[in-house]
Design a protein around this ligand. Sequence first.
Ligand code: FES
Ligand code: FES
Length: 453
Amino acid sequence: MHIELTVNGELRSVDVDPMTRLIDIIRDDLRLTGTKEGCGEGECGACSVIMDGHLVTSCLVPAIQAAGSAVTTIEGIGTMENPSDLQIIFNEEGAIHCGFCTPGMIVAAHDLLEKNPEPTEDEIRHELSGNICRCTGYGTICNAVARAAREGYGRKIRPAVSRCRSSRPVFTEEEARRCFAPRTLEEALRALDERPGTLILAGGTDILVDMRSGRTAVDCVIDVFNIPELHRIYKGDDGFIHIGASVTNDELENDPLIAELLPALAHCARRCGGPAIQNRATIAGNLCTASGAGDLPVVLLAFDASVLLAERNGTERMRTEDFVVKYRQTALKPNQMVQEILVPIPAPDSRQVFFKRGSRKALTLSRASLAAYLELDRDRVRLLRFAAGSMSPTPRRLKKTEEALIGRTLDADFVERASALAAEEISPRKQTAYRKKITGNLVRRFFEEIVRL
Ligand code: FES
Ligand code: FES
């Protein structure tokens, strides 16, 4: 495959396999070795670069998705001979020890200051939450970013612009039979019709990890990340909020409609991975992975969302709970792909929440998660849905608890009863006592803090 990229302002072109990782292009083909590889799984941030204005971990971006993009690596920010003010400040503030994480930290800080020249301390911590340092400690790193902000670094950044003549990859004759880079849904469905069962590639945050570990081999692929219509979010006349399959966590977090009507979903999106992962991970990808630890599916279950599946000759609608069949298995047929997620518009006085507990605040896998949706008739429960994650092979609704509470009046005993029922209904395979206790506590917190009983 032949692709063009603009790297640090220069037009470059490479001939690579469509699933070659961007980090390998940067380091091996372009010999820009400032970008480091640590974990190779999107968890350390050492390989961070900015691609088309978004921070990404280059170990999780396949070449097919980088075609035509504008990439900024650490060398585009400053070099040993000509360091940027940000690099000088990192050095002066003692924010560098062994230096392995430093290129990724500086790229992430540069991205933050370009978009937000005067970030708060919380915003700095959030932006760097996907970058791990094993020797300096985060205090000096955050101080360095704050000082760069005070000294006006962000206001001097000029945005990177793509100089590529084409944003499409050019496949060899052999690759063109198995790899597709459609730019419309219709093109994607035509490709899937020609080759049913072809892997649908969205953000790549799971597939690239599975490929690296040898769990998955990818020969055939349809890249749907760069299809604009799959990134739409809108309120339909049919009573549903429509969320395109390739909508990323970052898009969910920052969409005004989601913030207004589905704040539990926006909050959940912000709690999955660091910013670089949130820029790539998609809602349909999280659902199709069908993992018990997935977070967005927990919220979708509590909202009783449906999935719109498309094939060349039509669509099919399925409830989320029927779509996720078992661990790592969905009801998707070989000639289908997810087109949209349909979330019922919440009632005006409804309450919703997503809670997650893990071993630490940032970049954590859920040990327990809970989503809840509640509608009241004065002080009587009209509708209640709970969904729990990380307890069973796939996230699941707590239907016995819901049934026992619907129609009841919110009185003094209600919270204790709800908490006990939920703890009883979940059946975690490990850390049973801990997870039951946490789930009971989260249910109590929902009624005490969100519903304010
Ligand atoms: Fe760790 Fe890419 S190498 S995130
Ligand atoms: Fe050594 Fe961060 S300076 S890992």
